[in-house]
Design a protein around this ligand. Structure first.
Ligand SMILES: CC(C)(COP(=O)(O)OP(=O)(O)OC[C@H]1O[C@@H](n2cnc3c(N)ncnc32)[C@H](O)[C@@H]1OP(=O)(O)O)[C@@H](O)C(=O)NCCC(=O)NCCS
Length: 332
């Protein structure tokens, strides 16, 4: 038994992650590989992983409650010269079952001194094989739009580009914009219009381009909260405002503000279909931003980079681009 263990320890190449043994080294590798692009959230995750790595055998219990930790445990590492020099993480997406089991590929990282030797490709091939064997129908990932090496890696493995998105942010201290004259009337969306709003959103965010954004496939559950969803919101103190511009029973465009409990960043979703582009972005943003500015909370908005009208309107209302990410997908 001991001989077998030390044999594994000395071994080199690809193997499954052993959370208890590998977590600390994986956290260090991810930190090194993503040093240049890591934001505060990423740094917090790394220090959380370091803390968790001290749990020893209890890690398996912690993994039951932590999706990222569980995903790291489902992944693969590449070991060479007695150290972990490559990693890939596999996290099941929280998608409605009728969309098929989808796996998120994350933390693809190879230590700088070991790059261009085919390690990432081998890790990805093992990951895809295991995803397929597990019965999933698709794998998704996001890659920084400027990260050509990674994009080439995924493109070469058959991933297709869905869409590129800007992650926008507006500071909590940004000023209240003046009311827009001549704005069409904007109201809260009545529950009974959710299907009309969904039909409009299908044109704005076609499912084949990835829907509403990262891990947000276009699905009725985003428009019509189930009882369980509403109960969850109530218990966590979060809420979603939905403002629309309508023409009778037709929804022309909408803006959502998802407000997490207390002080979290408010997430906006701006939905304007092709036939209304250039007309509704500003009225909706003006209304939403005016409603939300007094709350003194930062606003975020993930929106397609190819949408010039929204880009212009978001800039005008004090948003700036934090990151630009390309979403990719491989169907099995
Ligand atoms: C992206 C990364 C994982 C690639 O790891 P790697 O082990 O060097 O990649 P591989 O040697 O397996 O290369 C596989 C393919 O990827 C592409 N690729 C990798 N590095 C490249 C580079 N510097 N320039 C252009 N293409 C590159 C090539 O298509 C390559 O195939 P080829 O060698 O036949 O041309 C590595 O550079 C890394 O860790 N970067 C920092 C973290 C990161 O950006 N991760 C991806 C997040 S989405």
């Amino acid at each position: 038994m001991h001989a077998a263990l030390s044999q594994t320890r000395r071994s080199s190449g690809l193997r499954r992650v052993n959370l208890e043994r590998d977590l600390r080294a994986i956290a260090a590798l991810i930190e090194e590989a993503f040093r240049d692009e890591m934001d505060a959230g990423g740094r917090a995750t790394i220090s959380e992983l370091r803390g968790l790595s001290r749990l020893g055998p209890l890690l398996r219990v912690a993994a039951l409650a932590d999706r990222m930790l569980r995903g790291i445990g489902q992944g693969f590492v590449w070991e060479q010269d007695g150290q972990i020099v490559g990693n890939v993480t596999l996290i099941p997406a929280d998608y409605p079952p009728e969309l098929g089991r989808t796996i998120i590929i994350a933390n693809v990282a190879v230590a700088p001194a070991y790059r261009r030797q085919g390690i990432a490709r081998q890790l990805m091939l093992a990951a895809l094989e295991s995803i397929r064997a597990g019965g999933a129908t698709a794998a998704i990932l996001e890659v920084d739009a400027a990260n050509t090496p990674a994009w080439r890696l995924y493109d070469g493995l058959g991933f297709r580009t869905l869409r590129t998105w800007h992650a926008w942010r507006r500071g909590s201290d940004a000023p209240l914009p003046p009311r827009l004259p001549d704005s069409p009337p904007i109201t809260r969306r009545p529950e009974g219009l959710w299907r009309a709003e969904y039909a409009m959103a299908v044109r704005a965010f076609p499912p084949e381009l990835g829907g509403l954004g990262w891990q947000r496939p276009l699905h009725p559950r985003e428009f019509h909260r189930s009882l369980v969803g509403r109960l969850g919101d109530f218990l966590t103190g979060s809420a979603t405002e939905r403002w629309i511009i309508r023409d009778g029973e037709r929804v022309r465009g909408s803006l959502w503000a998802r407000m997490p409990f207390a002080s979290g960043v408010i997430q906006l979703t701006l939905i304007v279909p092709p036939e209304e582009k250039g007309h509704l972005e500003e009225p909706l943003l003006n209304y939403g931003v005016r409603q939300l500015t007094p709350m003194e909370r930062a606003l975020s908005c993930e929106h397609p980079a190819d949408d010039e009208h929204a880009t212009e309107a978001l800039r005008r209302y004090g948003f700036s681009i934090r990151r630009t990410l390309t979403h990719m997908r491989l169907d099995f």
